[in-house]
Design a protein around this ligand. Sequence first.
Ligand code: BGC
Length: 755
Amino acid sequence: MKRTQILLLTALIGCGASAQTKREVPLYLDPQATVEQRVEDALRHMTTHEKVELLHAQSKFTSAGVPRLGIRQLNMDDGPHGVREELEWNAWSAARWTNDSCVAFPSLTCLAATWNRERAQDYGNAISEEFAYRGKDLLLGPGANIQRTPMNGRAFEYLGEDPRLAAEMVVPYIEGVQANGVGCCMKHFALNNQETDRFTVDVNVSERAMREIYLPAFEAAVKRAGVWSIMGSYNLWLGVHCSHNDSLLNGILKREWGFDGALVSDWDAAVDDWQSATGGLDLEMGTSRNGTLTGNRFTYADYHLARPFERMIREGRLPMSLLDEKARRVLRTIFRTAMNPQKTTGKMCSEDHYRTCREIGEEGIVLLRNERCAAKGRKREMPLLPLTAERLSALALGGGRPRLLIVGENATRSLTKGGGSSELKTRRDVSPLEGLKTVYEDLADIVYAQGYESGQAIYDKVDVVGLERQTKLRQEALEKAKDADLLIFIGGMNKNHRQDCENGDRETYDLSFGQNELIAELARIQPRLIVVTFGGNPYAMPWLEQTAALLHCWYLGSEAGTALANIVSGRMCPSGKLPVTFARRYEDYPYVQYGAAAYPGVDRQVYYKEDIFVGYRHFDTRGVRPLFPFGYGLSYTTFRYGEPSLKTLDDDRWEVCLDVTNTGQREGRETVQLYVGREAGEKSLVERPRKELKDFVKVNLQPGETQRVTLHLSADDLAFWDVESHGWKVERGAYRLYVASSSEDVRGSLVLKRN
Ligand code: BGC
């Protein structure tokens, strides 16, 4: 039997007699063959033109297969929080299908706030089932750009400010997705850390900051999760757009890290024929040339990786091996996904998807403040949350049913709408107001007041609401507050342009739409005020001391109301921790002192002058006190950390072990964090952060229960990026290992000597 063929014997039955014929199936169609065998065999069957056809879009969200050979096209879709609704073949407008509503999962910032790798795996599994059911092969996500600035309009699609946390969460997400035969197209590679000027800004960053801060999550995705495709970003690095940047893509991603999948351009990120051909791009998507090729006249053959590229190959200006290499990478992606015999059929909007959505939301909500309040019939003051039935009735100081006033637009607003490409059309969403009503309707009189208005979610426009309307809404809320025993304010950010939305950054570190004034005035009337905020970014809280409790929810997706109500009522114990530092003042962020050159850039050049001191690396090392530190989050129970001990496994690997005990009255989860820094007084060749996150473990503990927790450390975790040798370097000497409940709350430490 020829290696490139298998023979299938098919029994034909006819007229009472049976005969056997031979049907030849080429190897590339053989589900038993390996992906590499299939790829090489497919290449052998293809013409030059067919290979080129693989390398560019044939619609807004698909790229061609090889119809003549039965090789399927790639169906792609955003990403990263659910499967986006169907758009028109050739236009950005909605196709208005009736079968494309999905579950909106929580934002990736929320996932990061769970600090739970299993949740990331569950997320990947559930979301990819929805993609598969909708016939999609590539999920445009997850995003893992570092949250360098709280102004970044897309931070909600990413995994926080720390490269280790982002890496640890992105790997299981990708594994969960790809196990179902759906590929991830991880984005946006690289340095896409702001939306202002995202198409044109050239990022100037030190080699060390790039390697230590901005690349590790991508590197982990390639080396540990084996991600199948990566999306190049719009912005420039070293003067070249990242979607066809030779040093970044051929140099680092492919040669150095061994990435074997397809590099997909962001939509309309490829701008040049030669660079598209030679700069490491494999699949060009979304190109539109100054709007001249739109609508019916859109000719995909004019893409850089279409006719122009084919011409360069045919004229011998570029070698055939270059074309083969690109085609090989796209074919690999097709055989891994669209033509993967193991690809799941998937399902949409199943109860277990809603459960996954809710559980991730519950674990990602962060309790930031929970003050003690007086209550009827109680000697001692008690924390306001959880708001159990008993606690609620004790708050009715005037007797009778307690009156609960809920204020704020986000109590009812759909936060799955807006935001840009991650917008979702959902089948059913539970709003916070609905969720809270379900729990408290029988226990309290619930009144709602909108309080403020933010206008429409419009991709690139701001819809300003008139002062008169805002004043009226505020007065209504304040009036109602006078009769309330308890207030829950539900606001924060939303998915409007210049809030948490693609293609524009926030305008201010404060909450918008008059929320600061409204919250302060509400608190003056009724200090029993629980503030609940949604949003992908930190923000200023001038009213914080006036409030009794504060929960930050990121975006919670379809089950927002249920997840929130379960935390507020105490059905679930909060266990989320911040994946990003909340500064007291905007000026405290590390880059701000360097002016506009450091953000958002001057003349399309931005300089990351704070270097590696991003997020807590700055606050912690420089002694700038944040409002809420990285890794911080309260619980309804308490945990005691035992003495940590160090175990040496071999020359390069250690374990830190300790007992953690739940010392409170109820079941709860704690994330134990391991940070590492140079021991005080140790010399170092470079300035290093006081400490950096290297590992974490989340444990679930019953009241009184103790569990032994093990954290892992390797020599690689001690390294810094050495610009002299262009490699990682581990210095000898003493390191301090910190076991901590947040980056500021160190519960124990040890010294490790490295010889
Ligand atoms: C975004 C990508 C997105 C793509 C397709 C681009 O504008 O930057 O994240 O996947 O559009 O919608």
